[in-house]
Design a protein around this ligand. Structure first.
Ligand SMILES: *[C@@H]1O[C@H](CO)[C@@H](O)[C@H](O)[C@H]1NC(C)=O
Ligand SMILES: *[C@@H]1O[C@H](CO)[C@@H](O)[C@H](O)[C@H]1NC(C)=O
Ligand SMILES: *[C@@H]1O[C@H](CO)[C@@H](O)[C@H](O)[C@H]1NC(C)=O
Ligand SMILES: *[C@@H]1O[C@H](CO)[C@@H](O)[C@H](O)[C@H]1NC(C)=O
Ligand SMILES: *[C@@H]1O[C@H](CO)[C@@H](O)[C@H](O)[C@H]1NC(C)=O
Ligand SMILES: *[C@@H]1O[C@H](CO)[C@@H](O)[C@H](O)[C@H]1NC(C)=O
Length: 480
């Protein structure tokens, strides 16, 4: 405001002196003045310059992972930032005064796009005791979702030549990409299914990327053609795809091969809801807010272990192969450390024991941001530490990740021990208590249990449904 009035004053003076010389300047000055008034008007009436902690009805505020997530999401519907006493909290932990700028030199790890961070961190570990952004809204919406949400699944016969990829599997899904098969298997038997497309909120495209990948007729190289043909087929046979250009359609995929699967059917990528494990802000194929993050879960049998009885003596644990610059950096810095045990290659001790005996379990970006390690650590009551820039974390619309996980920028790998040791025992107990509270959202069950992974994914889909249904007649005009 002060600046604007100064400028006005300046231009008024100019106008006076100019007018005596020539009135040629008058139109120019008037144009300038008008522009200034428009700017002034925008400044005083718009909320562009002030941050309102608004109550979002459907898309909730998310905590950010890094600067680029903020930059990208401003194109979306809400700006996910968390504000702590006027300064923007970018990382849960970062050493006081540590530069939060990736400068492209030594700190720039691997393929991560280097980016300038325009905000500063509070530098302190901030404890959040609430697991939900807003529990009341979640519970209320969940009830409504459970009551009214309806999904139509494109039907396929048992004798369809691609039944293996289009129908649910007839065994209990397991392994790294189980989430994809689990979702379809549970959905098909659930009360969300409707046979009446007129009643459907969303349409499910039932192809399984993981199954196509293993089908010798398709394979990795044939997935893109298959998807293109599939979309062509349903758009010929049914009127629903054309009606919205696929905007009320979704598919679910967990394998990272899915990120290029839509290359020959880009309309799916741009319009449909992609529920995927490789949910990275960094990937052009993933569109934040429109798409949703699917938790990668390696299903484990039985109830989660009673972690309270186990003694957690080790500070932090990681095991995995070195398949990314981020992991290279981790081993380079912590490979021989006595408190942070980072194993590469084959483990000599049982994996579960390590997760039960460590305070923190590291999830480090490999080929992609996603692995099953987050769900593993939650299952074994270990507080996850996420080192995977640009990861749009699962269920971030609902859960406040900072209440049960520690998020560390790859640039801060050298500070890892300092960050973890800076967490007090009572803060740790809080994180761990919240781990127990959220882990039900990261478990699949053949008969779904309220608030489990299936229901929580349904809730994420429900947040993304359209509030208005396009009547079928509209598509006739659309194609007309
Ligand atoms: C925020 O500021 C208030 C008042 O200045 C102070 O009492 C409070 O401790 C601060 N909170 C944090 C998390 O720094
Ligand atoms: C959701 O619906 C299912 C099936 O009707 C029911 O078993 C379950 O208890 C419901 N959950 C909630 C929270 O109402
Ligand atoms: C599949 O079965 C239906 C009847 O159940 C039959 O009409 C159809 O021709 C069969 N399709 C193939 C590809 O065998
Ligand atoms: C598309 O339809 C054609 C003709 O019915 C069929 O041969 C083909 O297998 C279908 N492709 C997909 C991917 O559904
Ligand atoms: C959907 O649109 C395509 C392309 O315009 C057209 O070929 C197809 O016939 C339409 N489908 C229906 C069911 O009208
Ligand atoms: C770890 O220790 C081994 C053997 O002492 C040594 O060869 C290796 O270079 C060390 N690695 C790092 C990252 O310091």
């Amino acid at each position: 405001m002060a600046n604007s009035s100064f400028l006005l004053h300046y231009y008024n003076n100019r106008r006076l002196s100019a007018s005596s010389r020539s009135f040629f300047f008058i139109p120019t000055t008037l144009a300038l003045l008008t522009s200034l008034f428009i700017l002034l008007y925008i400044y005083t009436t718009s909320n562009l310059f002030t941050y309102h902690h608004q109550h979002h009805r459907h898309i909730h505020l998310k905590p950010p992972l890094d600067s680029s997530s903020i930059a990208r999401s401003t194109h979306g519907r809400s700006i996910p930032i968390s504000v702590q006493n006027g300064s923007i909290n970018l990382y849960t932990n970062s050493q006081k005064g540590a530069p939060l700028v990736e400068d492209g030199s030594d700190g720039n790890v691997g393929s991560q796009r280097s980016s300038r961070v325009p905000f500063h961190s509070t530098g302190e570990f901030v404890s959040y005791n609430e697991v939900f952004h807003d529990k009341d809204i979640f519970l209320e919406d969940y009830k409504e979702m459970n009551r009214s949400f309806k999904i139509y699944v494109y039907p396929h016969r048992r004798n369809d030549s691609f039944a293996n990829a289009l129908l649910p599997v007839d065994f209990e899904p397991g392994g790294n990409y189980a989430s994809e098969s689990y979702f379809k298997k549970v959905l098909m038997k659930s009360h969300f299914i409707t046979k009446d497309p007129e009643r459907a909120d969303l349409f499910f495209l039932p192809f399984s990327i993981a199954r196509l990948r293993h089908d010798p007729r398709i394979g990795v190289g044939g997935i893109q053609d298959f998807i293109r043909d599939y979309i062509f087929n349903i758009s010929q046979k049914y009127p629903y795809w054309n009606r919205t250009g696929g905007a009320d359609h979704f598919y679910v995929a967990c394998h990272s091969i899915g990120r290029s699967a839509m290359e020959k059917a880009v309309i799916v990528r741009y319009n449909s809801i992609q529920v995927v494990c490789s949910s990275s802000y960094f990937l052009s194929g993933y569109i934040t807010h429109k798409d949703a993050s699917l938790p990668q879960v390696w299903p484990r049998q039985g109830d989660p272990p009673n972690f309270a009885s186990s003694k957690r003596k080790k500070l932090a644990f990681f095991a995995g192969s070195i398949n990314s610059p981020v992991r290279e950096k981790l081993i380079q810095v912590w490979g021989n450390d006595s408190e942070i045990s980072a194993h590469f290659g084959r483990l000599k001790t049982p994996y579960a024991d390590e997760l039960l005996q460590s305070k923190f379990c590291l999830h480090v970006k490999g080929f992609e941001v996603n692995t099953a390690r987050i769900a593993d650590s939650l299952y074994y009551g270990c507080v996850p530490v996420i080192i995977a820039n640009h990861y749009d974390l699962p269920f971030a619309d609902i859960l406040n990740w900072q209440s049960f996980a520690v998020i560390v920028a790859t640039l801060d790998i050298p500070l890892l021990k300092k960050i973890l040791k800076g967490i007090t025992f009572s803060q740790y107990l809080m994180l761990q208590r919240n781990v127990l509270e959220v882990r039900k959202h990261f478990q699949w069950h053949l008969s779904p249990v309220n608030y489990d992974a299936f229901y929580t994914v349904m809730y994420e889909l429900w947040l993304r449904r359209s509030s208005t249904r396009v009547p079928l007649s509209a598509s006739a005009d659309f194609n007309g």
